[in-house]
Design a protein around this ligand. Structure first.
Ligand code: AMP
Ligand code: MG
Length: 363
């Protein structure tokens, strides 16, 4: 009898352990790294093989590093973009990889739809402003100390010369072949973080143990899967007038790409004037459209699509276009937009209103 009881207790215990294992809630892991010159923060929920956390977070970072190194960097001579720029004016027709061909194609779509407000051929102007030397919001300070640093605003004449080498229509792109005219330089800075989100999504899709995640690449954020309690993901929107605080949150499901472009992200102040990093391709100067920040949200419709890229390209384009045209452009791409103007007023597409909660406002 005693043996029988012991056996029963043993079986009951085994069943309990198994049941607990089956129902065990996914565990949360968080990791912060730097890559692509910005901060990458990962919050990942894993079920089953929770030892995969280190592997998953490492794969996310290595896919972002590879993206920069192999395709997008204009500084690294290991990247395709570097060589396309280096051969500008050589008359040589270069064949792009399928990956870069598709990116260029999507960028051309946004260029055309935005009437050139988004223009990924403005590298010569961006270099002239030396935007990449300005400290970014995540790099421990937002302004170049111009009293010490040697920084000079480009002259109108210099900008005019650089502007002659800007414009997608000049860029001799034919399918997967490209041949940049003299001095034209591609700049994918306005879509890099969004493309990173699209790559990260592919990494997560291959990881069975991942049940949900929020990945932030600088100002661009991907929500993936769901939280263990089934609640929606919350993403804060920075107050462009007070970047330590948010103006509100977006409460959204998994499968969204969100990108923000703001005049606070990267800028230099000279003689009390702020010059930010979003250039109006019509003037060569920082865009002056009465907008302080633009947030674009795109929902995942297709695993092979480019929601991250489009959210990033559109946030830049809408910033240049201003409120009315910007909201129209976002809608044309099936995207939601939230724009803060220079008076602090918030403008949204209709669909965005169901996701956005103002800070301190009643739900
Ligand atoms: P974002 O922060 O996504 O708006 O991207 C800004 C970056 O994209 C800048 O640092 C430039 O490298 C580049 N850029 C600036 N203005 C434009 C523009 N109008 N179209 C395309 N790229 C731009
Ligand atoms: Mg952008």
């Amino acid at each position: 009898m005693k043996k029988y009881l012991q056996k029963m207790i043993g079986i009951l215990l085994a069943v309990c352990i198994l049941c607990c294992g089956c129902n065990r809630q996914p565990q949360m892991y968080q990791k912060v790294d730097t890559a692509m010159g910005t901060i990458i923060s990962q919050t990942i929920y894993l079920s089953g093989d929770t030892t995969a956390a280190d592997t998953v977070t490492a794969e996310v970072i290595s896919c972002i590093n590879d993206l920069e190194k192999e395709y997008l960097s204009w500084r690294m001579d290991s990247s395709e973009l570097y060589w396309i720029n280096a051969k500008a004016g050589s008359g040589q027709l270069l064949e792009m990889s399928d990956f870069l061909t598709n990116i260029v194609k999507q960028c051309q779509n946004v260029y055309v739809a935005s009437d050139g407000a988004f223009d990924f051929t403005l590298g010569s102007v961006a270099r002239l402003w030396n935007i990449d030397s300005w400290a970014g919001q995540f790099q421990g300070g937002s302004t170049v100390n111009t009293s010490q640093a040697v920084y000079r605003i480009p002259t109108r004449e210099e900008l005019d010369v650089a502007m002659m080498a800007v414009g997608c229509n000049l860029s001799n792109i034919d399918g997967s072949y490209i041949n940049l005219p003299e001095r034209m330089q591609l700049d994918l800075g306005a879509v890099g973080k969004g493309i990173a989100l699209d790559c990260v999504k592919q990494v997560l899709l291959q990881q069975e143990a991942v049940t949900g995640a929020v990945i932030s690449v600088g100002g661009s954020i991907l929500t993936y899967g769901s939280k263990p309690d089934g609640s929606l993901w919350n993403v804060g929107i920075v107050d462009p007038f007070d970047t330590a605080h948010s103006i509100g949150i977006l409460t959204i499901p998994g499968g969204c790409s969100i990108s923000t472009s703001g005049d606070y992200e990267r800028y230099v102040e000279v003689d009390g004037v702020r010059y930010h990093h979003i250039i109006d391709p019509a003037t060569g100067y920082p865009a002056d459209s009465g907008v302080k920040s633009v947030t674009i949200l795109l929902k995942d419709n297709n695993v092979d699509s480019y929601e991250g890229l489009f959210s990033d390209a559109l946030s830049t384009a809408c910033f240049v276009l201003g409120v009315d045209k910007g909201l129209g452009l976002a809608e044309a791409f099936g995207a939601e937009a939230l724009m803060v103007d220079s008076r602090g007023e918030i403008h949204m597409t209709e669909g965005m209103e169901s996701y956005f909660y103002l800070s301190n406002a009643e739900k």
